[in-house]
Design a protein. Structure first.
Length: 434
Protein backbone atom coordinates (compact mmCIF):
# COMPACT_ATOMS: atom_id res chain seq x y z
CA UNK A 1 0.00 0.00 0.00
CA UNK A 2 1.40 3.42 -0.88
CA UNK A 3 2.15 6.10 1.73
CA UNK A 4 -0.56 8.50 0.52
CA UNK A 5 -3.28 5.87 0.89
CA UNK A 6 -2.01 4.87 4.34
CA UNK A 7 -2.04 8.51 5.43
CA UNK A 8 -5.61 8.96 4.17
CA UNK A 9 -6.81 5.95 6.12
CA UNK A 10 -5.02 6.96 9.34
CA UNK A 11 -6.43 10.49 9.19
CA UNK A 12 -9.94 9.18 8.41
CA UNK A 13 -9.79 6.80 11.37
CA UNK A 14 -8.56 9.60 13.68
CA UNK A 15 -11.45 11.87 12.67
CA UNK A 16 -13.99 9.12 13.31
CA UNK A 17 -12.54 8.62 16.82
CA UNK A 18 -12.92 12.34 17.53
CA UNK A 19 -16.55 12.34 16.32
CA UNK A 20 -17.49 9.32 18.43
CA UNK A 21 -15.87 10.89 21.51
CA UNK A 22 -17.75 14.16 20.94
CA UNK A 23 -21.28 13.02 20.13
CA UNK A 24 -21.40 9.39 21.21
CA UNK A 25 -22.15 6.43 18.93
CA UNK A 26 -23.76 6.96 15.54
CA UNK A 27 -24.94 4.83 12.65
CA UNK A 28 -24.33 5.66 9.00
CA UNK A 29 -26.92 4.56 6.46
CA UNK A 30 -25.39 6.36 3.51
CA UNK A 31 -26.13 5.22 -0.04
CA UNK A 32 -23.41 3.45 -1.99
CA UNK A 33 -22.90 4.71 -5.52
CA UNK A 34 -22.06 3.18 -8.89
CA UNK A 35 -21.11 5.19 -11.95
CA UNK A 36 -20.73 3.95 -15.53
CA UNK A 37 -19.23 5.95 -18.37
CA UNK A 38 -19.35 5.53 -22.14
CA UNK A 39 -19.87 7.63 -25.26
CA UNK A 40 -20.48 7.71 -29.02
CA UNK A 41 -17.45 8.05 -31.30
CA UNK A 42 -17.25 9.36 -34.82
CA UNK A 43 -16.03 5.93 -36.06
CA UNK A 44 -19.52 4.48 -35.45
CA UNK A 45 -18.36 2.88 -32.21
CA UNK A 46 -20.87 3.50 -29.44
CA UNK A 47 -20.20 2.51 -25.82
CA UNK A 48 -23.15 4.55 -24.51
CA UNK A 49 -25.43 1.53 -24.35
CA UNK A 50 -22.69 -0.50 -22.67
CA UNK A 51 -22.54 2.14 -19.92
CA UNK A 52 -26.33 2.07 -19.51
CA UNK A 53 -26.32 -1.73 -19.30
CA UNK A 54 -23.60 -1.62 -16.62
CA UNK A 55 -25.60 0.92 -14.62
CA UNK A 56 -28.65 -1.34 -14.82
CA UNK A 57 -26.74 -4.38 -13.56
CA UNK A 58 -25.13 -2.38 -10.74
CA UNK A 59 -28.55 -1.17 -9.66
CA UNK A 60 -29.59 -4.82 -9.49
CA UNK A 61 -26.62 -5.29 -7.18
CA UNK A 62 -28.14 -2.76 -4.78
CA UNK A 63 -26.32 0.50 -5.60
CA UNK A 64 -27.57 3.99 -6.35
CA UNK A 65 -26.50 3.69 -9.95
CA UNK A 66 -25.97 6.29 -12.68
CA UNK A 67 -24.51 6.39 -16.17
CA UNK A 68 -23.12 9.27 -18.21
CA UNK A 69 -22.65 9.23 -21.99
CA UNK A 70 -21.14 12.71 -22.25
CA UNK A 71 -18.70 12.47 -19.34
CA UNK A 72 -17.07 15.86 -19.13
CA UNK A 73 -13.94 16.17 -17.01
CA UNK A 74 -15.73 18.34 -14.45
CA UNK A 75 -18.51 15.77 -14.07
CA UNK A 76 -16.17 12.82 -13.50
CA UNK A 77 -14.16 14.80 -10.95
CA UNK A 78 -17.33 16.02 -9.23
CA UNK A 79 -18.59 14.51 -5.98
CA UNK A 80 -21.43 12.24 -4.93
CA UNK A 81 -23.73 13.47 -2.11
CA UNK A 82 -21.44 11.57 0.29
CA UNK A 83 -18.49 13.75 -0.76
CA UNK A 84 -16.68 11.04 -2.73
CA UNK A 85 -15.52 11.68 -6.29
CA UNK A 86 -17.69 9.98 -8.89
CA UNK A 87 -14.70 8.21 -10.44
CA UNK A 88 -13.88 6.87 -6.96
CA UNK A 89 -17.36 5.54 -6.19
CA UNK A 90 -17.96 2.11 -4.66
CA UNK A 91 -18.38 0.62 -8.17
CA UNK A 92 -17.15 2.23 -11.40
CA UNK A 93 -17.27 1.19 -15.06
CA UNK A 94 -15.28 2.89 -17.86
CA UNK A 95 -16.04 1.93 -21.47
CA UNK A 96 -14.26 3.35 -24.50
CA UNK A 97 -11.21 3.61 -26.74
CA UNK A 98 -8.26 3.12 -24.44
CA UNK A 99 -4.62 2.28 -23.79
CA UNK A 100 -2.67 1.23 -20.73
CA UNK A 101 -2.71 4.80 -19.34
CA UNK A 102 -6.06 6.27 -20.40
CA UNK A 103 -9.65 5.90 -21.58
CA UNK A 104 -10.72 8.58 -24.06
CA UNK A 105 -14.27 9.87 -24.37
CA UNK A 106 -14.81 11.85 -27.58
CA UNK A 107 -18.48 12.38 -28.25
CA UNK A 108 -19.27 12.99 -31.91
CA UNK A 109 -22.83 14.25 -31.95
CA UNK A 110 -24.39 15.87 -35.01
CA UNK A 111 -26.05 18.74 -33.14
CA UNK A 112 -23.36 19.57 -30.58
CA UNK A 113 -19.68 20.36 -31.00
CA UNK A 114 -17.35 17.41 -30.52
CA UNK A 115 -15.71 17.28 -27.15
CA UNK A 116 -12.57 15.42 -26.18
CA UNK A 117 -12.08 14.23 -22.65
CA UNK A 118 -11.21 11.09 -20.72
CA UNK A 119 -9.39 9.67 -17.72
CA UNK A 120 -5.65 9.31 -17.17
CA UNK A 121 -3.76 7.03 -14.78
CA UNK A 122 -1.97 9.87 -13.00
CA UNK A 123 -2.63 13.57 -12.55
CA UNK A 124 -4.74 15.67 -14.91
CA UNK A 125 -3.33 15.42 -18.42
CA UNK A 126 -3.83 17.52 -21.55
CA UNK A 127 -3.03 16.07 -24.98
CA UNK A 128 -3.60 18.56 -27.78
CA UNK A 129 -7.28 19.46 -27.27
CA UNK A 130 -8.15 16.43 -25.14
CA UNK A 131 -8.51 16.99 -21.39
CA UNK A 132 -8.00 13.88 -19.24
CA UNK A 133 -9.13 13.74 -15.63
CA UNK A 134 -6.44 12.27 -13.40
CA UNK A 135 -7.78 9.08 -11.84
CA UNK A 136 -5.05 8.72 -9.25
CA UNK A 137 -4.18 12.33 -8.47
CA UNK A 138 -3.86 13.64 -4.91
CA UNK A 139 -7.61 14.28 -4.61
CA UNK A 140 -8.69 10.78 -5.60
CA UNK A 141 -9.36 8.30 -2.80
CA UNK A 142 -10.15 4.69 -3.73
CA UNK A 143 -9.98 3.38 -0.16
CA UNK A 144 -13.76 2.74 -0.12
CA UNK A 145 -13.98 1.58 -3.74
CA UNK A 146 -15.00 -2.04 -4.14
CA UNK A 147 -14.70 -2.63 -7.87
CA UNK A 148 -13.54 -0.78 -11.00
CA UNK A 149 -13.72 -2.17 -14.55
CA UNK A 150 -11.74 -0.58 -17.39
CA UNK A 151 -13.33 -2.05 -20.52
CA UNK A 152 -11.14 -0.78 -23.33
CA UNK A 153 -8.12 -1.83 -25.38
CA UNK A 154 -4.96 -2.62 -23.38
CA UNK A 155 -6.09 -1.02 -20.10
CA UNK A 156 -4.30 -3.87 -18.33
CA UNK A 157 -1.23 -4.17 -20.55
CA UNK A 158 2.36 -3.70 -19.36
CA UNK A 159 3.63 -3.69 -15.79
CA UNK A 160 2.09 -0.32 -14.88
CA UNK A 161 -1.36 0.58 -16.13
CA UNK A 162 -4.82 1.83 -15.15
CA UNK A 163 -5.54 -1.43 -13.35
CA UNK A 164 -2.36 -1.54 -11.25
CA UNK A 165 -2.47 2.18 -10.43
CA UNK A 166 -6.09 2.05 -9.28
CA UNK A 167 -5.43 -1.04 -7.19
CA UNK A 168 -2.35 0.61 -5.62
CA UNK A 169 -4.56 3.52 -4.59
CA UNK A 170 -6.81 1.22 -2.57
CA UNK A 171 -9.59 -0.20 -4.78
CA UNK A 172 -10.44 -3.71 -3.58
CA UNK A 173 -10.59 -5.25 -7.07
CA UNK A 174 -9.83 -3.88 -10.54
CA UNK A 175 -10.38 -5.47 -13.96
CA UNK A 176 -8.86 -4.50 -17.31
CA UNK A 177 -7.99 -5.88 -20.75
CA UNK A 178 -4.48 -6.99 -21.67
CA UNK A 179 -4.89 -6.63 -25.44
CA UNK A 180 -6.76 -4.63 -28.06
CA UNK A 181 -10.28 -5.97 -28.65
CA UNK A 182 -12.99 -5.45 -31.25
CA UNK A 183 -15.88 -3.40 -29.84
CA UNK A 184 -18.75 -5.83 -30.49
CA UNK A 185 -16.89 -8.68 -28.78
CA UNK A 186 -16.03 -6.34 -25.91
CA UNK A 187 -19.68 -5.36 -25.47
CA UNK A 188 -20.95 -8.95 -25.48
CA UNK A 189 -18.27 -9.99 -23.00
CA UNK A 190 -18.80 -7.23 -20.44
CA UNK A 191 -22.61 -7.50 -20.61
CA UNK A 192 -22.35 -11.19 -19.74
CA UNK A 193 -19.78 -10.46 -17.05
CA UNK A 194 -21.87 -7.74 -15.38
CA UNK A 195 -25.01 -9.86 -15.64
CA UNK A 196 -23.24 -12.62 -13.68
CA UNK A 197 -22.13 -10.07 -11.07
CA UNK A 198 -25.78 -9.04 -10.67
CA UNK A 199 -26.63 -12.62 -9.68
CA UNK A 200 -24.24 -12.43 -6.74
CA UNK A 201 -21.23 -14.18 -8.27
CA UNK A 202 -17.63 -13.24 -7.57
CA UNK A 203 -15.49 -11.32 -10.05
CA UNK A 204 -13.50 -14.48 -10.83
CA UNK A 205 -16.60 -16.57 -11.47
CA UNK A 206 -18.17 -13.85 -13.62
CA UNK A 207 -14.99 -13.66 -15.72
CA UNK A 208 -15.03 -17.43 -16.21
CA UNK A 209 -18.68 -17.31 -17.25
CA UNK A 210 -18.09 -14.58 -19.85
CA UNK A 211 -14.98 -16.38 -21.11
CA UNK A 212 -17.05 -19.51 -21.72
CA UNK A 213 -18.60 -18.12 -24.92
CA UNK A 214 -17.07 -17.80 -28.39
CA UNK A 215 -16.44 -14.35 -29.88
CA UNK A 216 -15.35 -12.83 -33.18
CA UNK A 217 -12.26 -11.57 -31.36
CA UNK A 218 -10.98 -14.15 -28.88
CA UNK A 219 -8.55 -11.61 -27.40
CA UNK A 220 -11.48 -10.33 -25.34
CA UNK A 221 -10.67 -13.19 -22.95
CA UNK A 222 -7.25 -11.77 -22.02
CA UNK A 223 -8.03 -10.09 -18.70
CA UNK A 224 -5.98 -8.60 -15.89
CA UNK A 225 -7.44 -8.82 -12.39
CA UNK A 226 -5.73 -7.11 -9.47
CA UNK A 227 -6.86 -7.38 -5.88
CA UNK A 228 -9.61 -9.58 -4.46
CA UNK A 229 -10.94 -11.65 -7.35
CA UNK A 230 -13.31 -13.41 -4.95
CA UNK A 231 -15.11 -10.13 -4.32
CA UNK A 232 -18.92 -10.21 -4.56
CA UNK A 233 -20.28 -6.72 -5.20
CA UNK A 234 -23.97 -7.63 -4.94
CA UNK A 235 -25.34 -6.45 -1.59
CA UNK A 236 -28.69 -8.27 -1.50
CA UNK A 237 -29.02 -12.02 -1.09
CA UNK A 238 -31.58 -12.57 -3.87
CA UNK A 239 -30.16 -14.44 -6.86
CA UNK A 240 -31.95 -12.30 -9.44
CA UNK A 241 -34.70 -9.73 -9.91
CA UNK A 242 -38.11 -11.42 -10.20
CA UNK A 243 -39.57 -8.71 -12.41
CA UNK A 244 -36.97 -6.36 -13.84
CA UNK A 245 -39.56 -4.13 -15.51
CA UNK A 246 -41.26 -3.59 -12.16
CA UNK A 247 -38.13 -3.40 -10.03
CA UNK A 248 -35.74 -1.16 -11.96
CA UNK A 249 -37.40 -0.08 -15.22
CA UNK A 250 -37.24 3.63 -14.32
CA UNK A 251 -34.46 5.54 -16.14
CA UNK A 252 -33.52 2.57 -18.33
CA UNK A 253 -34.41 2.14 -21.98
CA UNK A 254 -36.49 -0.63 -23.48
CA UNK A 255 -33.35 -1.89 -25.20
CA UNK A 256 -31.53 -2.23 -21.87
CA UNK A 257 -34.42 -4.12 -20.29
CA UNK A 258 -34.60 -6.41 -23.32
CA UNK A 259 -30.83 -6.96 -23.07
CA UNK A 260 -31.21 -8.08 -19.47
CA UNK A 261 -33.99 -10.48 -20.41
CA UNK A 262 -31.89 -11.84 -23.29
CA UNK A 263 -28.92 -12.48 -21.00
CA UNK A 264 -31.19 -14.05 -18.38
CA UNK A 265 -32.57 -16.42 -21.02
CA UNK A 266 -29.04 -17.13 -22.28
CA UNK A 267 -27.95 -17.95 -18.73
CA UNK A 268 -30.93 -20.23 -18.11
CA UNK A 269 -30.26 -22.13 -21.34
CA UNK A 270 -26.47 -22.29 -20.93
CA UNK A 271 -25.12 -25.74 -21.70
CA UNK A 272 -22.15 -27.26 -19.92
CA UNK A 273 -20.50 -30.64 -20.23
CA UNK A 274 -20.32 -32.79 -17.12
CA UNK A 275 -16.63 -33.24 -16.34
CA UNK A 276 -15.54 -36.84 -15.92
CA UNK A 277 -13.58 -37.83 -12.81
CA UNK A 278 -10.57 -38.51 -15.02
CA UNK A 279 -10.70 -34.97 -16.38
CA UNK A 280 -10.75 -33.48 -12.88
CA UNK A 281 -7.14 -34.42 -12.23
CA UNK A 282 -4.34 -31.85 -12.51
CA UNK A 283 -3.05 -31.17 -16.02
CA UNK A 284 0.64 -31.81 -15.46
CA UNK A 285 1.89 -32.12 -19.05
CA UNK A 286 1.51 -29.97 -22.14
CA UNK A 287 -1.67 -27.97 -21.56
CA UNK A 288 -2.88 -28.35 -25.17
CA UNK A 289 -2.33 -32.11 -25.30
CA UNK A 290 -3.63 -32.80 -21.81
CA UNK A 291 -6.84 -30.83 -22.32
CA UNK A 292 -7.51 -32.48 -25.67
CA UNK A 293 -7.05 -35.91 -24.13
CA UNK A 294 -9.46 -35.08 -21.31
CA UNK A 295 -12.10 -33.84 -23.77
CA UNK A 296 -11.79 -37.11 -25.70
CA UNK A 297 -12.54 -38.94 -22.44
CA UNK A 298 -15.38 -36.62 -21.45
CA UNK A 299 -17.22 -35.96 -24.74
CA UNK A 300 -18.48 -38.97 -26.67
CA UNK A 301 -17.27 -38.96 -30.27
CA UNK A 302 -14.93 -35.99 -29.79
CA UNK A 303 -12.24 -35.88 -32.49
CA UNK A 304 -9.66 -33.09 -32.13
CA UNK A 305 -8.98 -33.22 -35.89
CA UNK A 306 -12.36 -31.57 -36.40
CA UNK A 307 -11.46 -28.55 -34.27
CA UNK A 308 -9.06 -25.64 -34.17
CA UNK A 309 -7.57 -25.14 -30.70
CA UNK A 310 -7.06 -21.58 -29.41
CA UNK A 311 -5.31 -21.16 -26.03
CA UNK A 312 -5.57 -17.94 -24.01
CA UNK A 313 -3.73 -17.45 -20.72
CA UNK A 314 -6.01 -16.57 -17.83
CA UNK A 315 -5.65 -13.81 -15.25
CA UNK A 316 -3.70 -16.03 -12.85
CA UNK A 317 -0.81 -18.48 -13.14
CA UNK A 318 -2.08 -21.92 -14.12
CA UNK A 319 -5.32 -20.50 -15.57
CA UNK A 320 -6.26 -20.92 -19.25
CA UNK A 321 -9.21 -20.57 -21.57
CA UNK A 322 -8.98 -23.19 -24.31
CA UNK A 323 -11.43 -22.85 -27.20
CA UNK A 324 -12.13 -25.72 -29.57
CA UNK A 325 -13.64 -24.19 -32.72
CA UNK A 326 -15.38 -26.65 -35.00
CA UNK A 327 -14.12 -26.71 -38.59
CA UNK A 328 -16.05 -26.78 -41.84
CA UNK A 329 -13.63 -27.92 -44.53
CA UNK A 330 -10.74 -26.35 -42.67
CA UNK A 331 -12.52 -23.05 -41.95
CA UNK A 332 -13.23 -22.26 -38.30
CA UNK A 333 -16.74 -21.56 -37.04
CA UNK A 334 -18.24 -20.18 -33.83
CA UNK A 335 -19.42 -23.68 -32.95
CA UNK A 336 -17.43 -25.71 -30.42
CA UNK A 337 -16.39 -25.89 -26.77
CA UNK A 338 -14.73 -23.51 -24.32
CA UNK A 339 -12.71 -25.08 -21.53
CA UNK A 340 -11.99 -23.10 -18.35
CA UNK A 341 -8.81 -24.23 -16.58
CA UNK A 342 -8.03 -22.98 -13.06
CA UNK A 343 -4.79 -23.85 -11.30
CA UNK A 344 -4.05 -26.42 -14.04
CA UNK A 345 -7.36 -28.21 -13.42
CA UNK A 346 -10.41 -28.20 -15.69
CA UNK A 347 -13.16 -26.27 -13.87
CA UNK A 348 -15.83 -26.06 -16.58
CA UNK A 349 -16.53 -27.09 -20.16
CA UNK A 350 -19.04 -24.85 -21.92
CA UNK A 351 -20.96 -26.27 -24.86
CA UNK A 352 -21.11 -23.67 -27.65
CA UNK A 353 -21.95 -26.15 -30.40
CA UNK A 354 -24.28 -25.03 -33.20
CA UNK A 355 -26.02 -27.86 -35.07
CA UNK A 356 -25.18 -27.97 -38.77
CA UNK A 357 -25.49 -30.48 -41.59
CA UNK A 358 -22.65 -32.96 -42.02
CA UNK A 359 -22.98 -32.33 -45.76
CA UNK A 360 -21.10 -29.06 -45.29
CA UNK A 361 -17.95 -31.13 -44.86
CA UNK A 362 -18.01 -32.49 -48.38
CA UNK A 363 -16.35 -31.95 -51.73
CA UNK A 364 -19.11 -29.48 -52.55
CA UNK A 365 -17.75 -26.99 -50.01
CA UNK A 366 -13.98 -27.29 -50.31
CA UNK A 367 -11.89 -24.81 -48.35
CA UNK A 368 -11.39 -21.71 -50.50
CA UNK A 369 -7.92 -20.62 -51.46
CA UNK A 370 -7.06 -16.98 -50.75
CA UNK A 371 -4.58 -15.69 -53.31
CA UNK A 372 -2.17 -12.87 -52.54
CA UNK A 373 -4.26 -10.47 -54.62
CA UNK A 374 -7.45 -11.48 -52.79
CA UNK A 375 -5.83 -10.96 -49.39
CA UNK A 376 -4.55 -7.52 -50.39
CA UNK A 377 -8.01 -6.58 -51.67
CA UNK A 378 -9.61 -7.76 -48.41
CA UNK A 379 -7.11 -5.73 -46.36
CA UNK A 380 -7.72 -2.62 -48.48
CA UNK A 381 -11.49 -2.92 -48.21
CA UNK A 382 -11.19 -3.41 -44.46
CA UNK A 383 -9.48 -0.03 -43.99
CA UNK A 384 -11.35 1.94 -46.67
CA UNK A 385 -13.66 3.83 -44.31
CA UNK A 386 -10.72 5.30 -42.35
CA UNK A 387 -8.21 5.56 -45.21
CA UNK A 388 -8.46 9.35 -45.46
CA UNK A 389 -8.66 10.07 -41.73
CA UNK A 390 -5.30 11.14 -40.31
CA UNK A 391 -6.44 10.27 -36.79
CA UNK A 392 -6.35 6.54 -37.62
CA UNK A 393 -3.02 4.80 -38.11
CA UNK A 394 -3.06 1.09 -38.99
CA UNK A 395 -0.71 -0.78 -36.66
CA UNK A 396 -1.38 -4.37 -37.78
CA UNK A 397 -3.74 -6.54 -39.80
CA UNK A 398 -4.44 -10.26 -39.83
CA UNK A 399 -6.94 -12.50 -41.55
CA UNK A 400 -8.42 -15.98 -41.36
CA UNK A 401 -11.00 -18.10 -43.17
CA UNK A 402 -14.28 -18.43 -41.29
CA UNK A 403 -17.41 -20.33 -42.24
CA UNK A 404 -20.43 -18.31 -41.10
CA UNK A 405 -22.99 -20.91 -40.05
CA UNK A 406 -25.78 -18.33 -39.74
CA UNK A 407 -25.26 -16.84 -43.20
CA UNK A 408 -24.18 -20.10 -44.83
CA UNK A 409 -21.04 -18.85 -46.57
CA UNK A 410 -17.29 -18.52 -46.14
CA UNK A 411 -15.63 -15.18 -45.38
CA UNK A 412 -12.08 -13.98 -44.99
CA UNK A 413 -12.27 -12.21 -41.62
CA UNK A 414 -9.85 -9.27 -41.40
CA UNK A 415 -8.86 -7.89 -38.02
CA UNK A 416 -7.38 -4.36 -38.16
CA UNK A 417 -5.85 -2.57 -35.19
CA UNK A 418 -5.64 1.22 -35.30
CA UNK A 419 -3.64 3.64 -33.17
CA UNK A 420 -5.58 6.87 -32.72
CA UNK A 421 -4.28 10.41 -32.35
CA UNK A 422 -5.42 10.51 -28.70
CA UNK A 423 -2.97 7.67 -27.89
CA UNK A 424 -5.64 4.95 -27.72
CA UNK A 425 -6.34 1.80 -29.74
CA UNK A 426 -9.34 0.67 -31.75
CA UNK A 427 -10.01 -2.69 -33.45
CA UNK A 428 -12.31 -3.22 -36.41
CA UNK A 429 -13.34 -6.55 -37.93
CA UNK A 430 -14.36 -6.80 -41.57
CA UNK A 431 -15.77 -9.85 -43.35
CA UNK A 432 -14.65 -10.17 -46.96
CA UNK A 433 -17.22 -12.47 -48.57
CA UNK A 434 -15.72 -15.10 -50.85
Amino acid sequence: MNINLLFKRVVSGFLVMIMVASVGTFQVNAAEYAYSFGTEYKDNVNTSQRAEYAAMYFKLCGYTSYYKTKPYESYMKGNNPNGVRRICSEVVSHNGHANYHCVAYRWAGSTEPMYKTGIYYGNDYILSDTRYAGVTDSKSDFSNTKFVEYIGCKTGSGSTNLVTRTRDEGAECVLGKQDSVQTDSQTLWVNRFNYKLSLGDSVNNAVNYANGFTYNDSRVKKNLIKGNGNLVIKKSKSSRALDIRKDISENFSEESLATYERHAKEFDERKTVEISKMAQRSLTGDIKTDTTNQLAITIKGFDSNNYKQVVTEGAYKGDYIIDYLELVNGCETESGYSVIVENNTIKAIYDNTIPFSAELNSDLTLKPVMTKDMIEKAYTEATSKYANDKEYEVTCQSGKLVYDLKEGHTVYRVRTEYYLSNETFFVDIYDYVI
